[in-house]
Design a protein around this ligand. Structure first.
Ligand SMILES: *[C@@H]1O[C@H](CO)[C@@H](O)[C@H](O)[C@H]1NC(C)=O
Ligand SMILES: *[C@@H]1O[C@H](CO)[C@@H](O)[C@H](O)[C@H]1NC(C)=O
Ligand SMILES: *[C@@H]1O[C@H](CO)[C@@H](O)[C@H](O)[C@H]1NC(C)=O
Ligand SMILES: *[C@@H]1O[C@H](CO)[C@@H](O)[C@H](O)[C@H]1NC(C)=O
Length: 451
């Protein structure tokens, strides 16, 4: 089963690459031409063949390779829901780019060059495997390939027009280089988490799409975490949005979280939320003649929710607000699951979304579709989340929910090979490509002005 999925994926890519790509008319593609760099399979497809035999600490992800990385359907009767593994967005992104209408076979006539390097899959051997103590070398093999094969492609713009995607957070790729850690004597130093890909001067000119950027991003821009919803027609999208609109919101606030018992026992906002929610869990208030439950928690410890959207999508559909406190890192996939469910996000710091997803969630509109409660007020000043949320007038809640629903088409990744009608709407992928092209254009302008 697993190897069948892998073989199918690989066969597909091989066949697809033989097809002649037909670009739309020249004028439509002006300024938007993308060349997909041909890379040896060790940078992409070969990494997939290892899906079952990655390292002891890393689970078998073969089943999730199905449908070009969207994973298997949650249920055969279900049209748009998949058991999507976040890290396989690299594979899916590559697949979507193959149907991009302005592909350019000639790198020297393109506006941007995509590197189909499955960087987070490649990072597993550094993060969890035998290459742990050389994690500062992650990516150098790719760089030397780019320098020694058709070096003009990189050289034309010193890499300023190149981009790739990393389906992990930037924290996983920003370990300081050993020189900076003071390892000049070659002595054993304590390794921090992550590879050094984003710290390598070799890649400073690259544009990198990640699931979360650093607090002071340089090469990278965050794009939405993939959810489990991947419709293929406007009909499927619209019927979901209709269901979201009609859903009765019988819970005030919802939180899907892991155990989150911080090993140090330090106060943190997740713990405050869990305590607050636990205390009010069985209480309800009468709201407009209906009983409303105050809080619901779904325990997602040990990754049990990761490939099982039903566990949290149902309660999200019934909740007015979805709490999105920072987890191990500031941003969460759950932010996007909640938006899909029409559940208004409640953030506790700007680093969770506002400073991250500027292309997809416009920073100027946050107050229209989300609530921000500073985490310090909750943890140290005893502010109750439930009090803040109950204080928001019903009409305001409805307006915010409308705004959240408008975001649904923009944060979801539609299925590859979708209907033409759906292709005409911009999804998370389309917006990411637009943003990338604009960013590269600005970069090249700056570089030529400086030079
Ligand atoms: C796949 O796994 C094997 C054994 O763990 C390893 O030797 C090989 O280098 C891996 N291939 C890739 C492309 O990572
Ligand atoms: C990495 O660690 C292993 C043992 O854990 C050791 O055998 C190997 O030589 C180390 N590699 C480097 C480059 O230090
Ligand atoms: C990055 O761009 C600068 C000029 O903007 C150039 O001097 C440098 O060599 C480039 N780096 C690489 C690795 O190509
Ligand atoms: C809420 O109800 C459940 C069972 O219905 C019970 O186990 C739990 O202790 C109650 N929680 C509180 C805070 O009363």
């Amino acid at each position: 089963m697993a190897s069948t999925a892998t073989t199918t994926v690989i066969l597909f890519f091989l066949t697809f690459s033989l097809l002649k790509t037909t670009a739309t008319s020249d004028s439509d593609c002006k300024g938007r031409r993308i060349h997909i760099r041909k890379l040896p399979t060790r940078f992409n497809l070969e990494l997939l063949t290892n899906c079952s035999s990655f390292f002891p600490l890393y689970p078998d992800f073969c089943p999730h390779l199905a449908n070009h990385g969207l994973g298997p359907k949650t249920d055969n009767r279900c049209h748009s829901w998949y058991r999507t593994d976040t890290h396989l967005l690299e594979l899916f992104f590559h697949r979507r780019l193959l149907e991009y209408p302005c592909l350019s076979p000639n790198p020297l006539q393109s506006d941007a060059v995509f590197l189909p390097f499955y960087s987070s899959l490649d990072s597993l051997r550094f993060l969890y495997g035998p290459d742990y103590n050389v994690s500062h070398l992650h990516g150098l093999d790719l760089f030397s390939y780019l320098q020694s094969n058709d070096p003009d492609i990189w050289g034309r713009n010193n890499g300023h027009d190149h981009f790739l995607i990393m389906a992990r957070t930037s924290w996983d790729f920003s370990q300081p280089l050993p020189e900076i850690l003071g390892d000049e004597n070659g002595e054993e130093i304590e390794r921090l988490w992550g590879t050094s890909f984003l710290m390598l001067p070799e890649f400073f000119n690259l544009t990198v799409l990640t699931l979360e950027s650093r607090a002071w991003p340089w090469q990278e821009q965050a794009i939405p975490h993939p959810t489990s919803f991947h419709p293929s027609t406007v009909g499927f999208l619209d019927s979901w949005i209709l269901r979201v609109r009609k859903s009765r919101r019988s819970t005030l606030m919802f939180f899907a979280g892991g155990g989150g018992t911080s090993p140090t026992g330090n106060p943190n906002v997740r713990r405050s939320i869990r305590e607050e929610c636990g205390a009010v869990q069985n209480s309800s208030v009468v709201d407009g003649g209906r009983f409303q439950k105050l809080c619901e928690i779904v325990d997602c410890s040990n990754g049990i929710c990761e490939h099982d959207p039903i566990r949290y999508m149902k309660p999200m559909l019934q909740a007015s607000f979805c709490l999105q406190p920072p987890g191990e890192t500031p941003s969460r996939r759950s932010t996007f699951d909640g938006i899909l469910a029409g559940c208004i996000p409640v953030f506790f710091e700007d680093q969770s979304a506002k400073n991250q997803f500027q292309w997809h969630l416009p920073p100027a509109e946050y107050e229209e579709f989300s609530v921000t409660i500073p985490k310090e007020d909750v943890v140290f000043k005893g502010l109750k989340v439930v009090d803040v949320l109950m204080g928001i007038p019903r009409a305001e809640v409805r307006r915010m929910r409308e705004k959240v629903m408008e975001l649904i088409p923009k944060v979801m990744y539609r299925k590859h090979g979708s209907s033409l009608g759906l292709r005409a709407k911009k999804d998370a992928f389309d917006i990411a490509i637009e943003g990338t092209l604009q960013r590269i254009k600005d970069r090249l302008k700056d570089v030529s002005a400086a030079g």
